[in-house]
Design a protein around this ligand. Structure first.
Ligand code: ATP
Ligand code: MG
Length: 231
């Protein structure tokens, strides 16, 4: 059995304290193996985004552990935490988080800039991913002027520029019309299939969930179902 790329053990996450305390995750354990595509599904407020943020090391659990490729992440802080996140993960969230007045290229190469990659190399790799996502002609446009689908493709380009092992996507098609959503979905699954990138997707979209190898159903902060989808 290979070591899971991500492993959560009895993860708990509470917000607030005293009578205001809310237990958003109540003991979640799961293993995700490299190359899997996993949908995290469940009602609004069930804890999906919270779980994704903890798995993506964007937030720390109140209790429990998250291992990345067999290494405990609980001791990572500051620069080493940023580096780990930045070199291993790509993020595709519903709210695009693009800097509106910066160019598409500048937005896309931001993770490389954070990683200390030099200007020329940033440009080369940024243009290469924009090419891959058929956005090369928009490289110099301000992000604010892109259409919704182009923004989401830019976000995917930015998620890819560091050659990540895992892409985390939270409602990646939530703000897009059906046709554009389908394009973005095909892109994500294409990357999964062709580059073996592990895909972890939070979604309300049944069809999107059905395309994943596995569906993890969250209810009130617990996993209530974890099913492999028949191929
Ligand atoms: N910073 C916070 N402070 C207090 N409560 C929070 C905080 N963040 C999330 N919660 C609560 O934790 C619960 C889980 O939130 P989470 O965002 O994980 O839900 P979700 O399953 O992603 O929902 P949605 O489908 O609506 O995005 C919710 O009840 C939410 O109100
Ligand atoms: Mg959410």
């Amino acid at each position: 059995m290979t070591t899971p790329i991500l492993s959560a053990r009895d993860v708990r996450k509470s917000y607030g304290r005293g009578s205001n305390r809310f237990d958003a995750l109540k003991g979640v354990s799961l293993d995700i193996h490299e190359g899997e595509s996993v949908a995290i599904i469940g009602r609004s407020g069930s804890g999906k985004s919270t779980l994704m943020h903890v798995l993506a090391l964007l937030d720390t659990p109140t209790d429990g552990t998250v291992e990345l490729a067999g290494a405990d992440t609980g001791t990572l802080r500051g620069a080493s935490l940023n580096r780990t996140r930045n070199t291993t993960f790509g993020f595709v969230f519903q709210q695009f988080f693009l800097t509106p007045n910066a160019s598409v290229l500048e937005n896309v190469v931001l993770p490389l800039k954070i990683a200390g990659v030099g200007r020329r190399e940033r440009r080369r790799r940024g243009l290469a991913v924009l090419e891959q996502l058929e956005l090369a002609d928009k490289a110099r446009n301000a992000a604010v002027n892109l259409s919704g689908g182009q923004k989401q493709r830019s976000v995917i380009a930015r998620a890819l520029v560091n050659d990540p092992r895992i892409i985390f996507a939270d409602e990646p098609t939530g703000n897009l019309d059906t046709a554009t959503g389908a394009v973005v979905e095909d892109l994500l699954f294409g990357l999964h299939r062709e580059q073996g990138i592990t895909l972890i997707v939070v979604t309300h979209d049944e069809e999107l969930a059905a395309r994943c190898d596995r569906r993890i159903h969250i209810r009130d902060g617990r996993i209530v179902d974890d099913e492999a989808v028949a191929a």
